[in-house]
Design a protein around this ligand. Structure first.
Ligand code: FAD
Length: 509
């Protein structure tokens, strides 16, 4: 849907992370003409490197961030409703540690956590005794009591893709692997220069720019839109390690550390445990953030304070780092810097730009609504808030029906293994029936996940290429899915070959 520079878009969004994709969806659904440019793959920035939780943020209560926690708790319910395939309820076990926080303080925090949003559907918190609870077997014998509470796990990258897909379905023009290189004000309009991965340049017009460039937001503000915003973003690296499944319990652990931080150990993709995270001030290119040996040791020490069977360095199968684009509120410690979002508007010569700083995956939808309100002031309001009840693609079912949907997939496609049926339901919800269609075992062809038998058939690869902007092996195996954790080199080579054969992919979205 290319437009001539003389036919401006209402809004150009810079950045295809969760915030850019969420704003594009909301704006397109209200009838604005929208272009979103993402310089790499969708969700290739911070939005794929999170702890993968949709949570109120129990820890933020200690910093008195009641507004943020309440908003996040409300959003937790909304996201469970609109993306029941990508968001799953999870119980968390918080062992009491003598010498860190007093038990009554934790109890009080959990009481507040439950009370801040009473209309929640998830069960509330409770005290537990480890001599009567199976979690006790995972912990060192010294831990006798603790607490259990609810939050949710999320597939962060799929949440971005689902928003992007819906935005495009509602008319947004999504330009992936397209960098915004400059923008200038011209007669009440922005003239914006884009450059695609082949170096091809194009200029588009827009009435407004939304800078949703996450950790690059300062850079985009100063180098693209010519605003002096240096110092608004505080870049804080957070790293994770993934180890072979370390405990049988389906609940996650949240461990208090002596430095007052918390470390999660979360059941991940059936066979693994995700451990994280850290808070380290960071300078440099956010795309190049890497875990350091100190961070790995810090996380191992933190969890081994609690686990009866220690996690070893050799158990690590994957590790990753991301950079939080926090709003710099002047707080000394990185861990204490606010996780709330801040919007800054800049208007001159009738051209407006909104810069987004901070935020969480959990609150992206609400952030988008707030941005849309500001857009309304600047270029005239269109439509009303609508995203809190409109399900994301494939999310048109209740979370309580999830197992029934997995069962239906298994019965409809007798050739799917149980794990494949579950994986496909989590990834696509009800849309899996469109992707597999009425194909039988012979028609779906080879399983590109190889020995892992996770049901990666050619029709899914076609879907990822044609409808989800996938071009490379990493797009498929690490962002549109986490099959990278399971497949061997032979499978990777075959997927690579398939994608290269279909390399003319970018035109068909
Ligand atoms: P990004 O995802 O970084 O997107 C910005 C995009 O802009 C990038 O893809 C980049 O390529 C693109 N871009 C930059 N410059 C240009 C340009 N010139 N042209 C075109 N594109 C450009 N939140 C939660 O709710 N729950 C959690 O469990 C959680 N855990 C976290 C753990 C860690 C370690 C980290 C780092 C963050 C965590 N967060 C969590 C926070 C959450 O991940 C981020 O707030 C969120 O992903 C930020 O999204 P974004 O869209 O602002 O930025």
């Amino acid at each position: 849907m290319a437009k001539a520079a003389s036919d401006p878009f209402d809004i150009v969004i810079i950045g295809g992370g969760i915030n850019g994709a969420g704003i594009a969806r909301d704006a397109a659904g209200r009838g604005y003409s929208v272009l979103l440019a993402e310089m790499n793959d969708l969700a290739s920035g911070t939005s794929s490197w999170s702890t993968k939780l949709i949570h109120g943020g129990l820890r933020y209560l200690e910093h008195f961030e009641f507004r943020l926690v309440r908003e996040a708790l409300v959003e937790r319910e909304v996201l469970l409703r609109i993306a029941p395939h990508a968001v799953a309820p999870m119980r968390f076990i918080l062992p009491h540690h003598d010498g860190i926080r007093r038990a009554f303080l934790i109890r009080l925090g959990l009481f507040l956590y439950d009370a801040l949003y009473l209309k929640r559907s998830l069960p509330g918190s409770k005290a537990i005794r480890f001599n009567r609870d199976p979690a006790g077997q995972t912990l060192k014998p010294g831990f006798q009591k603790g607490f259990e509470y609810s939050d949710c796990a999320v597939d962060d990258t799929r949440l971005v893709i689902l928003n992007a897909r819906d935005a495009a379905d509602r008319g947004a023009d999504l330009r992936v692997r397209t960098k915004v290189i400059s923008a200038r004000r011209d007669n009440g309009l922005w003239r914006i220069d884009l450059q695609d991965e082949h170096g091809k340049r194009e200029t588009v017009g827009a009435r407004m720019i939304i800078n949703a460039a996450g950790p690059w937001a300062d850079r985009v503000a100063s180098t693209v839109t010519g605003l002096n915003a240096e110092g608004s973003v505080r870049m804080v690296r957070g790293s994770h390690i993934v180890v072979r499944r370390h405990f049988e319990d389906s609940r996650a652990f949240i461990f208090q550390n002596e430095d007052d931080r918390v470390i999660f150990a979360i059941p991940y993709r059936d066979d693994f445990t995700l451990i994280g995270t850290t808070d380290c001030d960071y300078e440099g290119d956010p795309a190049k953030a890497e875990i350091t040996p100190e961070e790995t040791n810090y996380m191992l020490e933190a969890v081994n304070e609690y686990f009866a069977r220690p996690v070893q360095q050799t158990d690590i199968v994957w590790q990753f780092s991301g950079v939080r684009p926090l709003y710099d509120d002047g707080e000394e410690a990185a861990a204490k810097t606010t996780r709330d979002y801040v919007l800054s508007d800049d208007v001159s010569d009738q051209c407006a730009v909104i810069n987004i700083y901070g935020g969480k995956l959990t609150t992206y939808r609400k952030l988008a609504e707030t941005v849309l309100e500001r857009i309304g002031y600047q270029i005239g309001a269109k439509g009303k808030p609508w995203t809190s009840t409109a399900q994301l693609p494939g999310g048109d079912f209740n979370r309580s029906e999830f197992e029934t949907l997995v069962d239906r997939a298994r019965k409809t496609y007798g050739f799917l293994s149980d794990r494949a049926a579950r994986r496909l339901t989590e990834a696509y919800g009800t849309r899996l029936f469109t992707i597999l269609g009425d194909r039988n075992a012979a028609e779906v062809g080879a399983d590109y996940s190889g020995a892992a038998q996770l049901g990666l058939y050619a029709c899914e690869l076609d879907h990822l290429i044609e409808r989800e902007w996938a071009c490379s092996v990493d797009d498929v195996l690490w962002r549109r899915s986490k099959l990278g954790l399971f497949v061997d080199q032979d499978a990777i080579n075959k997927i690579d070959h398939y994608l290269k054969e279909r390399r003319s992919c970018s035109k068909s979205h």
